[in-house]
Design a binder for this molecule. Structure first.
Ligand SMILES: [Zn+2]
Length: 412
């Protein structure tokens, strides 16, 4: 199906909302009604299958929804397209389930949604449902009223829209589309590798550290975590028995906000770093996604527990890796938007390969330094690896004759 957004890049524009108490109650009611609809429709499909061996099509459920809206004023009060989106979401959950069954996996059956896991309202044709007043100071939501918006950049033309709640705050998310906006050419290329002590190293010698105030925010999170531990009471089995106590709930929320704040700061920093890289370089080489390192755990596995791994060090390492994954994602997005060339290369043995002569040897690498055992090339280990990645992007690896598989990379 041709869309008016063909060939354009999708992006999300998020704006904080400031609903009044009455408006927030209306939004919470909408969340509750749509969640009930999801759970009831799921139950209905389950029952139809277990008792009558019938797969209910969503078309029938859409028709029943119309009847339900006529019978129950609570359902009639909620914007119809939000409810259609709920049935569509259920379709997607079942489609994903059957796709995995077909592949021979054993996926979990689509689950009922508790309130804690139901935090957004979708408007499939948001531009039709949500209207702004002049100056975009308020957005009018059907059935809720005109909600005050945070003043900021103008909301672009959008298609789908979502109202999302997180840690007691509300946001509007608009799905917008735009054509790529090419940046002027600079004539520079760079390879990027994840560092040992830094977030990433560039082939020109630049080291990108993690956000500077990270440790300060981490300390705040840890303080809130200790505060939560202090008000949490567990029985002998480790089960929390004051889960719903007000003082504990408040503590949970304070911890969640502190974590959100930390994540926001890190994401902001990564946006700035990736923007800088995409502005400076025309050709950017990255290591292709390594699934093993993404799923690696510092604790090791049951069969091979991580011996002598300090929990704290493992945590920091995991954070660094997650940070690098997000940096790579943002570089990919921004490079696509700026029409930059992005090359993903196989990064295996890049940390043991010499950027000057291409010789691969484990002994060349000593902690943070790299000194080639053959040609004597000396550099920072992370920078050397980034240079190897850049070389591989410019000339794809040729396997030298008579060497072990995938071991020898010949530099250009
Ligand atoms: Zn060398």
């Amino acid at each position: 199906m041709a869309s008016r957004f063909d060939g354009q890049l999708r992006w999300l524009h998020k704006v904080r909302l400031y609903p009044t108490c009455t408006q927030e109650r209306a939004l919470v009611t909408m969340l509750r009604v749509t969640r009930e609809l999801y759970n009831a429709s799921l139950q209905q499909r389950r029952d139809a299958w277990t008792t009558r061996r019938v797969s209910l099509a969503s078309r029938e459920q859409h028709a029943q929804l119309t009847e339900l809206r006529e019978a129950d004023p609570r359902f009639a009060a909620v914007y119809r397209e939000c409810q259609d989106a709920v049935l569509h979401r259920l379709d997607l959950a079942f489609a994903a389930f059957f796709r995995r069954v077909k592949r021979g996996e054993t996926p979990g059956y689509p689950r009922f949604k508790p309130a804690a896991r139901w935090n957004q309202l979708q408007f499939p044709h948001g531009d039709r449902a949500l209207k702004f007043n002049t100056g975009q100071l308020r957005v009018c939501v059907p059935g809720v009223g005109a909600i005050r918006l945070r003043k900021g950049r103008a909301v672009p033309e959008f298609g789908r829209a979502f109202l999302v709640t997180k840690n007691g705050r509300w946001y509007a998310v608009f799905e917008a589309h735009r054509a790529p906006l090419p940046l002027p050419a600079t004539g520079c290329s760079a390879g990027i590798d994840r560092g040992i002590r830094v977030l990433a190293a560039l082939s020109d010698g630049t080291m990108i550290g993690n956000i500077r105030s990270g440790s300060r925010r981490r300390a705040v999170v840890e303080r809130h975590q200790r505060a939560l531990d202090a008000v949490t009471h567990k029985d002998a089995g480790g089960r929390v028995f004051n889960r719903h106590e007000r003082i504990r709930l408040a503590s949970v929320r304070r911890l969640a906000r502190a974590k959100e704040c930390e994540a926001n700061a890190r994401r902001d920093w990564l946006h700035k770093v990736s923007r800088g890289i995409v502005q400076r370089f025309d050709r950017i080489a990255l290591e292709a996604l390594r699934l093993r390192s993404m799923t690696r755990s510092a604790k090791g596995t049951l069969e091979a527990p991580g011996v002598g791994v300090r929990a704290k060090a493992g945590l920091n390492r995991a954070l660094l890796d997650a940070g690098f994954g997000m940096l790579a994602t943002l570089i990919r997005e921004k490079a696509a938007n700026a029409a930059r060339t992005l090359i993903e290369v196989d990064a295996r043995y890049s940390s043991q390969t010499c950027a000057a002569c291409g010789y691969v040897c484990k002994e060349s690498r000593e902690g943070r330094r790299f000194t080639c055992v053959r040609c004597g090339h000396a550099a920072d280990a992370d920078v050397n690896a980034a240079q190897v990645i850049l070389l591989r992007a410019e000339s794809p690896p040729k396997r030298a004759p008579g060497t072990a598989r995938g071991r020898q990379y010949v530099a250009a």
